[in-house]
Write a protein that binds this ligand. Structure first.
Ligand code: PLP
Length: 365
């Protein structure tokens, strides 16, 4: 297999793919594939329950949070969040640090909800996260939304915002963790809602995870579709309709891999720190490659970089591809390169990339 640096859908652990292959035609002697099972069968309910239990264990999710396995991607949460959490009025507050945060705001605005940008890194070109003390929360804030890791810009928060309104009320924190969930331990109790599209650190595209604190359920007006209503989804164990069963099963295998093969999120965190640090060190040591992000906010998951001579971009990508280093092209909106170093990207892949970059610079720089 080649090394895959894709930002998403991203690399999956080889051990997970091998296990899924072994179980593909005959799941544990049942004589059929997980893909072919009823989502109401005992076998699938056991798969679903185990996946949730392992996720709760990994992230230490307390019992007053519901975990939902949904569809529609993280983008559907951009709509579901205000539809549910603003059901009783108020405004959505945002910290905007890049393209995904911006999309979350436009979707809420498109639906006619009151939105307020409490802080933005627009003025520094999204190269540093706004200072924690610079948040201007509106007096009617029902929640504060932010993107803990902006996948395209490669900008990651180095703190968890803690916010109160001027009247002293705590403002629930809502976090889009699509591209850094499970990359290391987090304190779930600091959040009202955590959500993530699966296709980076969780599993295949088609599944979306939501962890929501109980007191934030039941706020949606009855006029919204039942499939958008967190309370109804929670009451039905995420099975208001047929869930993406195979993606759910694969996510469960990824959780088992993180628990049993890796040894948990603290170990994963150390590995991720090491991978990112060595790549940033190689970039910083060279005059040929540049990453513009403030060092405290450099993403451990997505490392964008540009070449000193952008006319070499296409040859860089072609040679990288030939060397088995896939999907290094930066997002179409920003250009340049981006190496995504999610959990399933092994340290050897980063070493191979660094060696390739040094060799390319020597030959072409
Ligand atoms: N939020 C972040 C941080 C992302 O990186 C992405 C996709 O890459 C999305 C949201 C959108 O996710 P989806 O395609 O699952 O809707």
């Amino acid at each position: 297999r080649h090394y895959n640096f894709c930002a998403g859908p991203a690399a999956l652990p080889v051990a997970v793919l091998e296990r899924a292959r072994n179980e593909l035609l005959d799941f544990q002697g049942r004589g059929l594939s997980v893909m072919e099972m009823s989502h109401r069968s005992d076998e699938f309910v056991a798969i679903a329950d185990r996946a949730e239990a392992d996720l709760r264990y990994l992230l230490d999710i307390p019992s007053n949070y519901k975990v939902l396995f949904l569809q529609g991607g993280a983008s559907m949460q951009f709509a579901m969040l205000p539809m549910n959490l603003l059901g009783q009025g108020g405004s959505a507050n945002f910290i905007q640090t890049g393209i995904w945060g911006k999309k979350a705001i436009s979707e809420a605005r498109r639906l006619g909800f009151n939105c307020h940008v409490a802080a933005s890194s627009e003025d520094n070109g999204h190269t540093a996260v706004p200072d924690e003390n610079a948040l201007a929360i509106s007096s009617d804030a029902a929640y504060l939304h932010y993107t803990s890791n902006e996948t395209i810009g490669g900008l990651e928060f180095d703190y968890t915002p803690r916010v109160q309104r001027a009247d002293g009320a705590d403002v629930p924190l809502v976090c889009d963790m699509s591209s850094n969930i499970l990359s290391g331990p987090i304190d779930v109790t600091q959040f009202g809602v955590i959500y993530a599209g699966a296709q980076k650190n969780i599993g295949p595209a088609g599944l979306t995870l939501v962890a929501i604190r109980d007191d934030l359920l039941g706020k949606a007006p009855s006029s919204i579709p039942s499939l958008f209503d967190y309370q109804m989804l929670a009451d039905a164990g995420s099975m208001v309709n047929t869930p993406p069963t195979f993606a759910w099963y694969l996510a469960g295998l990824v959780f088992q891999w993180l628990k049993d093969d890796i040894g948990g999120l603290e170990v994963m965190d150390d590995i991720n720190q090491r991978k990112a640090q060595k790549l940033y060190a190689a970039i910083d040591a060279s005059d040929f490659y540049t990453n513009p992000i403030a060092s405290r906010n450099r993403s451990r998951m997505n490392v964008p970089f540009v070449l000193a001579d952008s006319s070499l971009d296409s040859v860089f990508l072609q040679e990288a591809d030939e060397a088995g280093l896939l999907n290094l092209k930066g997002h179409r909106s920003v250009g340049g390169m981006r190496a995504s170093l999610y959990n399933a990207v092994p340290e050897e892949a980063v070493d191979a990339l660094i060696a390739f970059m040094a060799d390319f610079e020597q030959r072409r720089g």
